[in-house]
Each structure stands twice: as C-alpha cells, then as structure tokens.
Design a protein around this ligand. Structure first.
Ligand SMILES: [Cu+2]
Length: 332
C-alpha cells in the first residue's frame, strides 16, 4: 500500500462517524422524551401536591441549572471535536503529500469538445480512457479548452473544476487493478454534456509502465516510388530531435543508422519523451533526397515516407498518376 488513506477511506469514515453520532444523539433524545412523556402522563390519579406549579406560575427551585449546563457542555464537546476531527481529515484530502511514500503519477486532464483528454508525464496522450496504476497515488491537473466543465469520478470520490485558463489540482488512489470507474462531467456545459463521459482503467503497476512506454513507440517505413519497402536503404542517418529539447533535462536527440533498419523499416522504442520531433533522414551517398518531416509522438505511430531520387521532380508525379491509371486498366 503506497498511501495510508485513500479519499474513499477518508470520506467513508467521516460519513460513518457523523451517521453513528447522529444516530446515538437521536436515540438518547427520543428515548428521554418518551420516558418523560410516560412518567408524567395524565393518569387521573395525580396526587394533590402543593409543590407542583399551576398554570401561569413560573416554576421555582431546581438544581441550579445543572442539567442545562450538562447538556450544553456535552453538546459543545461533541460539536467542537467533530469540527476539529473533520477539519483534520479534510486537510489530508487537500494536501496528501505526507501520506505518499513515492512520487505520484501526474496526469493533465483537459475537458474539450465534450470529451476528456489526458496527457501523461512522458508526453503520451489519450482521450476518454484514463489509465492509472492500481493502489498508487495519482495527481491530476484539470483545465478546459473551451467552456467550464467539471471532472468527476464518483467511485473514487474525485471532483475537480475544469476551467479555461486555470488549473485545479487534486489526487486519488484507485485500489484495485482490473476495475473500471466512470468519469462524468459535473458542470452543465452544453448540448452533449450528458455524453461527456470517460473511463478510468486501473492497471497493475508493471502493466501500466509498459503501456506508458509503448505509447511512444514509432514505426517508420521507407518506400520507393512504387510503394514498395526500400529493402536496401544504403548508408543513412535518421535523426530525431525533440522540438522543445531545451525544456528537458536530458538531451532528446536520437540517431539511428541503416543497421537499425530491417526490410526498409525501423521500430523506435527508446524515446523518453513524447511530443513533436523534427525528423531528418540523410542518405550518405546522396542516393536519395534528404527527408525532413515533423513527427508527432503522443500515441503508438507508424509512418511511411517515400524516398525520391535526386532531381526527381514533377516528372515523378506524372509517372505516379500514370501508374494509377494502369492499375485501373488491369483491374477491369
Ligand atoms: Cu462538460
């Protein structure tokens, strides 16, 4: 267990304590009322007693307000200790960092276009399904790309506003792997408000880490003008540079050579951060023209690039069109 208490534990215990004390006080008050109603019932054989007050006369005597003092005292103790205890519990909900043994998983949540979008720490992105490791603290930062929304998962007792230009932060722990919890929007936000749902999918820790890393896998295939894989690439250098490389501690520049290719394809699995990359493929013998592209790495991608021979210009395109016509002819 990474966290001493989850939100569910905290809100459950607050609810149970209030329910228990409320029931106890209710039982005592009603029982005492019934007892006195029975004790002082009008049973026609009331003895003549001079000490009994008559209508219109204020009662005298008593025990110096002892009962009154006792009941006020007990009430004050109960109410004040409830307020203090609840406040203490809610402080943990507000700032649980002392309860976390390890750094929580951070996920940015954006409500936009009646859907929920998620961005993970490594830059991977997803929509509608939020994946989290089981029994591990998750910290979310919510915002909106359009109007006011509110992100909520009632199973996990989570709710956070999603407001354009603002960030709301909160946390939760999903206890059990394999479980799914429904996400809803809790702010009436427009026509499709009721359809603005999603799912929290709880995974085993290792399964989650594996899934997260796989989101940044990229397959690249090089094709020749005839759309066939380039089996013999020749000497080349493929370079990937993260567009915001300066913002990260590590250098997000990756280089690969023809040895990493197999049948014209390369499977890149070592990117540490998702986002936009500048891709350059340079062929050493200038056999083909240098390829320069932008690569968006936020979920598993596979890209195909067509290599062009130097000086291949408009003529190449015309050939392409002719080929298509030829294909059509063969089909019929
Ligand atoms: Cu909404």
């Amino acid at each position: 267990m990474q966290v001493a208490r989850t939100r569910v534990d905290i809100f459950e215990s607050i609810f149970l304590v209030f329910l228990g004390l409320g029931t106890l006080v209710g039982v005592v008050v009603i029982a005492y009322t019934l007892y006195n109603a029975y004790k002082y019932r009008d049973n026609d054989d009331a003895k003549a007693d001079d000490s009994l007050p008559t209508v219109g006369e204020l009662p005298t005597g008593g025990t110096g307000g002892k009962k009154l003092f006792l009941s006020f005292g007990i009430s004050a103790i109960i109410v004040i200790s409830l307020v203090m205890w609840t406040y203490g519990m809610l402080l943990v909900v507000e700032d649980p960092s002392d309860d976390f043994e390890e750094d929580p998983v951070e996920i940015e949540v954006v409500g936009e276009g009646f859907a929920w979008h998620f961005e993970y720490e490594n830059g991977a992105e997803g929509t509608s399904t939020m994946r989290v490791p089981a029994d591990y603290p998750v910290e979310i930062r919510t915002t909106s790309g359009d109007v006011w929304h509110s992100f909520g998962v009632s199973d996990l007792r989570v709710k956070a506003d999603a407001i354009p230009g603002e960030y709301d932060e909160t946390w939760f722990v999903a206890p059990e792997a394999g479980q799914q919890h429904e996400i809803k929007c809790y702010e009436l936000c427009g026509d499709f408000h009721s359809g603005m749902t999603g799912t929290v999918e709880v995974m085993e820790q290792e399964e989650f880490d594996q899934w997260l890393a796989e989101q940044l896998y990229v397959d690249i295939t090089l094709e020749n003008a005839d759309e066939e894989p380039l089996n013999e690439t020749g000497a080349l250098e493929l370079e990937l540079v993260h567009q915001n490389n300066d913002e990260y501690e590590e250098d997000l520049t990756y280089t690969y050579t023809e040895d990493d290719f197999e049948n014209g394809s390369i499977s890149i699995q070592d990117l540490e951060q998702g986002g936009e990359y500048n891709l350059t493929i340079e062929f050493e013998d200038e056999e083909y023209e240098t390829i320069e592209e932008t690569l968006d790495v936020t979920s598993p991608a596979s890209e195909t690039y067509t290599v062009e021979e130097p000086n291949a210009d408009a003529e190449g395109d015309e050939n392409g069109t002719n080929n298509e016509t030829d294909d059509g002819g063969e089909d019929s």
